[in-house]
Design a protein around this ligand. Structure first.
Ligand code: F7E
Length: 333
């Protein structure tokens, strides 16, 4: 039985990956930090066979202890402060966790090492935010980076550190440059889920409007459940490498609104959306569109869920859970 250690186990991707790997017969361990972490119960219910191990990306000894305890075949480093807007307000903490956390996890893997004939394989969650003010469209593995946020800068550090450990210590360390990936488990702070959840509440008469920032930026949105398969495929290759994971399609926030409101049965979204400058960012990433040719050809990976299916899946899930909350008489938010 293969053993996998996942950091960021309580996040959207950690939850998908834990279930995906359990389905492949892995014994899955999730790194969890903080006393009485409120999300621990949720992940334990979702993945009953999952083992939680204590550790913090800010604390190298705890990471070494976790890797020693688990003796993993594969480590997936998904833990990060991942909300770009927050990274402007907590830039130092973002550098500490999203950036230096990668270095610490790689050090733990290097120090513990694994069996001589079966060294630990490492996956780093790199991000399309590294492309930032894009130099070309679509973006591929060779496109230069130009990050636009403390989050993007920290991800570039993590990406190059992963490359460096691969080259300097011959680690099987790969990075997935994942473009935005969403789904019903996405946090409510991200724009897609904020829209589908608010829309469900509008439909149920629980809310009047959605306050949003910049509607003109465009993103290459895929389904998170599809993307965790690409992470796993990278670690099954003989050679470690970097791969763009994306759909190759891009849509503006306006287009997301159009599709979501149409699915919910509205002709026009504009009366329901107001602009709130609090959601504008000091520097914006205007357009992302990934070229995943390498992942398609080398990993034989391709996304399965289309843009429209993704929006529908998220809206329907939010409608069902908001309806259930309303029926249980939970207080209005
Ligand atoms: O913003 C605009 C906002 O926060 C998308 C993370 O997973 O993907 C994600 O980063 C766009 C931006 O995601 C609101 O200005 C407008 O242009 O959903 P988001 P993100 O910043 O693209 C990458 C790949 C990651 O790696 C990150 O970890 O939507 N926008 N109005 C808004 N965004 C938010 N959150 N809220 C608004 O009200």
């Amino acid at each position: 039985m293969k053993r996998a250690l996942i950091t960021g186990i309580t996040g959207q991707d950690g939850r998908h990956l834990a279930q995906f790997l359990a389905g492949k017969g892995y014994q899955v361990f999730g790194l969890i930090h903080g006393q009485a972490n409120p999300k621990a119960q949720l992940v334990a219910e979702e993945s009953p066979a999952l083992d939680l191990v204590e550790g913090d990306l800010r604390d190298l000894p705890s990471l070494i202890a976790a890797v020693e305890q688990v003796q993993p075949d594969e480590v997936y480093n998904l833990g990060a402060i991942s909300f770009v807007q927050l990274s402007f307000k907590q830039a130092e903490l973002t550098a500490e966790i999203t950036g230096l956390g990668v270095l610490r996890m790689l050090e733990a893997v290097r120090i513990v090492g694994g069996m001589e004939n079966n060294p630990i394989r490492f996956y780093q969650a790199s991000s399309s935010e590294m492309f930032g003010k894009v130099r070309e469209t679509p973006q591929n593995e060779g496109t230069p980076f130009h990050p636009r946020s403390p989050y993007g800068v920290a991800k570039v550090f993590g990406h190059y550190t992963t490359m460096n450990y691969r080259e300097a210590y011959d680690l099987h360390a790969s990075s997935g440059i994942l473009f935005n990936h969403e789904g019903p488990r996405r946090g409510l702070e991200f724009v897609t889920r904020k829209i589908t959840n608010s829309l469900a509440r509008i439909k149920l008469g629980l809310q009047d409007r959605i306050s949003l920032g910049n509607l003109d930026s465009a993103r290459d949105w895929g389904y998170a459940g599809d993307y965790v398969e690409a992470m796993w495929l990278m670690l099954q290759q003989d050679e470690p490498d970097d791969y763009v994971v994306a759909t190759g399609e891009t849509h503006t926030i306006r287009e997301f609104l159009e599709v979501a409101f149409r699915i919910a049965g509205y002709d026009d979204w504009e009366p329901y959306v107001t602009h709130d400058t609090r959601f504008d960012r000091p520097a914006e990433v205007d357009l992302l569109m990934g070229d995943a040719t390498k992942a398609r050809t080398k990993l034989r990976w391709k996304p399965k869920v289309s843009f429209e299916e993704l929006v529908r899946m998220m809206y329907e899930s939010d409608l069902a859970s908001e309806q259930a909350n309303a029926e249980r008489g939970l207080p209005r938010r």
